[in-house]
Design a protein around this ligand. Structure first.
Ligand SMILES: Nc1ncnc2c1ncn2[C@@H]1O[C@H](COP(=O)(O)OP(=O)(O)OP(=O)(O)O)[C@@H](O)[C@H]1O
Ligand SMILES: [Mg+2]
Length: 252
């Protein structure tokens, strides 16, 4: 489904991705492991078009997506949940979700939130809303609450729910469990496994690499901008180098 081929990216003169190749097949969870500064976030930013690549190519099925603007990659079914949630804290849960769906629609049709009533009657938006409320019953209960007053775990659920509102095929998640208590980390990962079972394809960065490998199908290890190890989750969990460097300090 997603294929990155020898992608190179730089900030100014500092090269951050060096000929990175990676694939994510339909219906897989693939996790990207690496130390701070290895280039993981940059890779996600390159996939969605926020950071342009200097060489190499990125493909979604047989369409080249490198060079596309971020709103075009969302339109093609890739939804990005960046680090730090970035929900709209002063808006209600419902308005956050509606905005998530809005990104898939032609901007010409909607210019202000005054259209929300009309928008929510669209069948596709309605059915996405039903789906996310079934996945996250707590968001249904709290749909009128200000998003900024949700707990950390609830805010992360809202960030994922909002991403699902754009009818994606693929989710890119950057450390969705950052700052969450260990039991919530497990809940989020369990949820991702469920989404995979429902047909979504997922590329996940997760600082608890051991926990991520438990739900992932495959993984890649990145060091200083290069992919240095790749394999099935089972292979990586049994790889001495990976265990020593990345699986030593697991949480809960
Ligand atoms: N906007 C930017 N401008 C300049 N340098 C940047 C920028 N963003 C990231 N970098 C640098 O690029 C390198 C890779 O950063 P990146 O955020 O991709 O790493 P990461 O693997 O996601 O790390 P972490 O685990 O800490 O999130 C780092 O050295 C970082 O300082
Ligand atoms: Mg990062």
């Amino acid at each position: 489904m997603l294929r990155v081929e020898k992608a190179t990216a730089a900030y100014g003169r500092v090269t951050v991705l060096r000929e990175v190749s990676l694939t994510v097949n339909d219906g897989e969870i693939v996790t990207l492991i690496g130390a701070n500064g290895a280039g993981k976030t940059t890779l996600l930013n390159s996939i969605v078009g926020v950071v342009p690549i200097k060489s190499g190519s990125i493909w979604l099925d047989d369409r080249q997506i490198s060079g596309l603007q971020p709103h075009r990659t969302v339109g093609l079914g890739i939804s990005y949940i960046p680090e730090g949630r970035q929900i709209f804290g002063s808006m209600s849960v419902m308005d956050n979700l509606t905005l998530g769906a809005y990104s898939q629609c032609s901007r010409n049709h909607l210019s202000t939130l005054g259209y929300i009533g009309w928008f929510l009657r669209r069948p596709d938006v309605r059915s996405n809303l039903d789906m996310v409320f079934n996945l996250f019953p707590v968001l249904r209960e709290r749909q009128r609450q200000q998003a900024g007053s949700l707990s950390g775990g609830e805010q992360q659920m809202l960030a994922i729910a909002r991403a699902l509102m754009s009818s994606p095929r693929m989710l890119l998640l950057d450390e969705p469990s950052l700052g969450l208590a260990p039991n919530l980390v497990k809940d989020i990962l369990r949820l991702l496994a469920r989404l995979r079972d429902e047909g979504f394809t997922i590329l996940l960065i997760e600082q608890d690499a051991a926990a991520a490998l438990k739900i992932a199908d495959r993984g890649y290890v990145m060091e200083r901008g290069r992919i240095v190890i790749e394999g099935s989750s089972r292979e990586l969990l049994g790889n001495d180098e990976v265990v020593q460097a990345y699986l030593g300090k697991t949480r809960g």
